[in-house]
Design a protein around this ligand. Structure first.
Ligand SMILES: Cc1ncc(COP(=O)(O)O)c(C=O)c1O
Length: 373
């Protein structure tokens, strides 16, 4: 298989653990093991204390699958496959759904694997562009126009990385309706679900919205446990789930035994887990809003409707690549320039999930003041 480098992941591989201030992470400050274990109920405590480090059930621990199914309206444990992080879900689903000559429609800019794996399989990919001028809105009409007889899947990530886009309920119903009418799968990447700025905007999950709807979820972002490397696929299309399970025999076979038990604890404590994540993100998002408002027009943004990130724009007359490189060099602060997403604008990704956000933001503000003040 030939596949292009994953630019964002290469960028993080180079910088994530080398910089002082990570101002662009998409995950939420990770839980400590001790704090998570303190949430255990008698059943999960017994599972943890008696854990044996053998292989696990390839479909996922039955209790974990049941717990995940409980996140959805219309799913049972048999509609859930546990995988080694949402990234594996994208890989398996792309392989299960697409072959040369097939067509995929993907909202863009995007987390690269959402279109790159499809391309590597010989599928033709139409990118439906989100534009800042439209408030990064996803236009169902553009999706409709992109559909072809050979379209197999429409791919949407919402809340969206990197823009924070979140369709309205009506727009989402329209997208689901288009997919149902065309008989194509809707691959809904929901790793930022529960981080909607207004919880009333939380969308119906893909697997609930239509028979061929597929939800990708995981512990990494809203659940603040990226290190568990636990994700899942939820869909009522049992044939598709079975194909993914067979492909998984060639990737990871089964999930990590300790991680499955810890994910079960995290999901059982999800009220507190989500509340903590939402509080961190909300505070940092407000701090960033003040920064933009006080920047005398040097920065502009569309306030994200959801997720842990945003895609603001450097308005000053300088490329964001040059600005970000100098900021990194002089202040040890990391942003993700839009070019890492293959995006031509002067945007950058900023992430609100981390505890040290304010210190990095102060450095960014001081740097911008020195540079343009
Ligand atoms: C939209 C989206 N989907 C999937 C993933 C992959 O998640 P993980 O790295 O936890 O597998 C990410 C990670 O950034 C993401 O932003």
């Amino acid at each position: 298989m030939r596949i292009a480098d994953f630019a964002l992941e290469r960028y993080f591989a180079r910088w994530e653990f080398a910089v002082e201030h990570l101002l662009c992470a998409s995950d939420v400050e990770g839980w400590s093991l001790a704090d998570l274990l303190a949430t255990a109920d008698p059943e999960t405590r017994t599972l943890w204390d008696g854990l044996r480090l053998g292989y696990t059930d390839t479909l996922g621990h039955p209790l974990l699958r049941t717990q995940i199914a409980g996140l959805y309206e219309n799913a049972s444990a048999d509609d859930v496959l546990v995988v080694a992080g949402p990234q594996e879900a994208i890989f398996l689903l792309s392989h299960a759904l697409l072959e040369p000559g097939d067509h995929a429609v993907v909202a863009w800019p995007a987390y690269q694997s959402l279109h790159e794996v499809a391309r590597s399989l010989g599928a033709d990919v139409t990118l439906v562009e989100l534009r800042e001028a439209d408030g990064w809105r996803l236009d169902p009409d553009e999706i409709r126009r992109a559909l072809r007889p050979e379209t197999r899947v429409v791919v949407v990530n919402a809340p969206h990385n990197p823009t924070g886009m979140l369709p309205s309920h009506a727009e989402w119903r329209a997208v689901a309706g288009l997919c149902a009418d065309a008989g194509v799968h809707l691959l809904s990447d929901e790793v930022y679900r529960y981080l909607e700025a207004d919880p009333a905007d939380r969308l119906a999950a893909g697997c609930d919205a239509l028979d061929r709807g597929v939800s990708i979820g995981g512990m990494s972002k809203s659940f603040a446990m990226a290190g568990l490397r636990i994700g899942w696929i939820a869909t009522r299309d049992r044939g598709l789930l079975d194909r993914c399970a067979r492909l998984k025999d060639y990737t990871t076979i089964c999930a990590s035994a300790p991680s499955e038990v810890l994910a079960l604890m995290g999901l059982r404590a999800r009220g507190a887990v989500i509340e903590r994540s939402r509080a961190i993100v909300a505070e940092n998002r407000t701090l960033f809003e003040w920064f933009v408002e006080g920047s005398e027009g040097r920065f502009a943004w569309v306030r994200p409707r959801g997720g842990s990130i945003a895609f603001p724009r450097l308005v000053a007359d300088e490329s964001i690549d040059a600005f970000a490189a100098a900021l990194l060099e002089e202040e040890g602060v990391l942003l993700v320039p839009g070019s890492v997403f293959g995006h031509p604008g002067n945007h950058f990704r900023v992430g609100f999930g981390r505890a040290g956000f304010v210190a990095g933001l102060e450095r960014l503000a001081a740097f911008a003041e020195r540079r343009y003040g």
